[in-house]
Design a protein around this ligand. Structure first.
Ligand code: RIB
Ligand code: NA
Length: 315
């Protein structure tokens, strides 16, 4: 069976310190706990969709060397029945993320792309048929932009493309906007880099969100979603440029790492498997899944299994 959702994206090793709060610049604080887990926005989104029952594939670049990380990642894909088309690197370290999670669940992350930066156009070409057969192509900005662009070009005319503009990147190629059906970005990304660099709008209040969304639509993508953390998400499209807001249930988060990935994996799932649902309903259901994920620590382990969710979500 071909994979309905295909991710061309990253694998990272997440080194996470759990700490009372996030440190300030120049400050050292004592944390409570440390974990090494598997993350990366590409793999996370793919796994989030697969935990909901999607048939998924990932096209990625991983290091296999003297450490166990790359090998472990391949095992994870196998266990989770994810078709992995992995370019093996030997001369560069694995992609890594240094994460701090505060007691209130907020996080800060520094990533170093490592082997993710070495993915080649040829590797993507070798999986061209997998990409073309997908219903949804899901991309992020943790691999080189030209690779993402290449995947989007291969996929053009074959299904729905979703680009998660995270982490915020300055040099988005103008063609990318036109090749993505849905562009989704997180509020914090918009308010830091994206505002100045992409939209020129500082996100304060709903009128500025509207302005930022219009600027993104002007760049050529069909639909824009901005996720707003505990406040849910907004979306708008070329057909209706007025932003619509979707709320979510307020919870006490323990770890927000990967909440955006839970949202995107779930959103891709609903688009692929419930294509008749409205945009608003897909966003609402994806928010439910993302909200579940912040109640548990980590990324993969915090993404809900289909069986743990209300059947209404899949009706
Ligand atoms: O979105 C969360 C992810 O961002 C983490 O798993 C980390 O690897 C970084 O890529
Ligand atoms: Na989580």
């Amino acid at each position: 069976m071909s994979s309905k959702i295909v991710t061309v994206g990253s694998c990272m090793i997440d080194f996470t310190c759990f700490s009372p709060r996030l440190p300030k610049s120049g400050e050292t604080i004592i944390g409570n706990r440390y974990e090494i887990k598997y993350g990366g926005k590409g793999a996370n989104q793919c796994i989030a969709a697969s935990k909901l029952g999607a048939a998924t594939a990932i096209i990625a670049s991983v290091r296999l060397g003297s450490d166990i990380y790359g090998q472990e990642y391949l095992k994870i894909f196998k266990e989770k029945n994810i078709d992995a088309y992995v370019q093996i690197q030997s001369n560069h370290h694995s992609g890594i993320a240094h994460i701090t999670v505060a007691k209130n669940g907020e996080n800060s992350i520094v990533i170093v792309l490592g082997s993710n930066a070495l993915m080649t156009v040829n590797h993507v070409d070798s999986a061209a048929n997998v990409i073309k057969n997908a219903a949804v192509l899901l991309c992020q900005f943790e691999i080189p932009l030209e690779i993402t662009l290449h995947a989007l070009k291969i996929f053009k005319g074959h299904g729905l493309s979703i680009v998660n503009g995270s982490p915020a990147t300055k040099d988005v190629h103008p063609d990318l906007w036109k090749l993505c059906d849905i562009f989704c970005v997180n509020e914090t990304e918009v308010s830091s880099n994206w505002t100045e660099v992409i939209t020129g709008v500082q996100l304060q209040g709903s009128s500025s969100i509207q302005q930022a969304v219009v600027k993104l639509l002007d760049k050529g993508c069909n639909t824009v979603i901005i996720t707003l953390g505990e406040q849910g998400a907004v979306y708008a499209s070329q057909e209706d440029r007025t932003v619509k807001k979707v709320g979510t249930t307020r919870v006490q988060p323990v770890d927000t790492t990967g909440a955006g990935d839970a949202f995107l994996g779930a959103f891709a799932y609903f688009k692929a498997y419930h294509p008749t649902l409205s945009m608003g309903e897909c966003v609402r259901r994806a928010c439910v899944v993302a909200t579940e994920s912040v109640l548990k620590f980590g990324t993969h382990a915090s993404f809900p299994d289909r069986s743990s969710l209300s059947p209404d979500l899949f009706a």
